[in-house]
Design a binder for this molecule. Sequence first.
Ligand code: 6GU
Length: 250
Amino acid sequence: MLRFDIITIFPEFFRGVFDFGIVRRARAAGLVEVAAHDLRGWTHDRHKVVDDRPFGGGDGMVLKPEPIFEAVESLTGLTGGAESFRQASKRVVLLSPQGRQLSQALAAELAGAERVVVVCGRYEGVDERVSEGLATDEVSIGDYVLSGGEPAAVVLVDAVTRLIPGALGSETSAVNESFSEGILDFPNYTRPVEFRGRRVPEILLSGHHAEVARWRRRAALRKTRRNRPDLFAGVELSEKERAALDEEDE
Ligand code: 6GU
């Protein structure tokens, strides 16, 4: 059982969002548990203040360290910082645009933890001592700006949950997916055979399994080259594949 604890100033944001699809099923099966906690619950003043003005000046407010440290320490029962969390198979993920980018490899690592505490930063910032002295990981979901870490927390929980053994059910496997081979997934088609003048590629109707597999690999490579040249640069092509792709270019 992997437990996610999300620390946020908007706990209501998560109402219902984990009640669909794979995540719902994984929760129902007892494979994961997800709880959202209001950061203000770890303040001690009457106005439940969680932020303050930045030292050195500037716009916006910065999340204070004390409530975040208290929240993480009370949820984990540990006060020894990143090293003690890792030793206990717990991870404390600070979500911020300054993090390293979430990848399938990091998602797989987190899927092996017993506890993942997710701290939702906000766009203006989080006191750096959270990153320095509390988080095991500082993570971004991509190069664009969100107003807060909450949408990123939903992304993280989804990406990690579907990698927990049993979460996808017997009919599907995470092994055949996009990124597991370093290239994008192949294009899929279903009925009808012709739709608005576009036909399903004939090979897929032929029943020749080896030819279908070869077509899919080449179509996936073509699509990866067009949409993700960064991934394509790392792909090892056989002579035949290189020739086939070069031929299509003419
Ligand atoms: Cl994790 N937080 C915010 N505020 N913006 C982001 C992000 C996270 N990842 C990409 N942009």
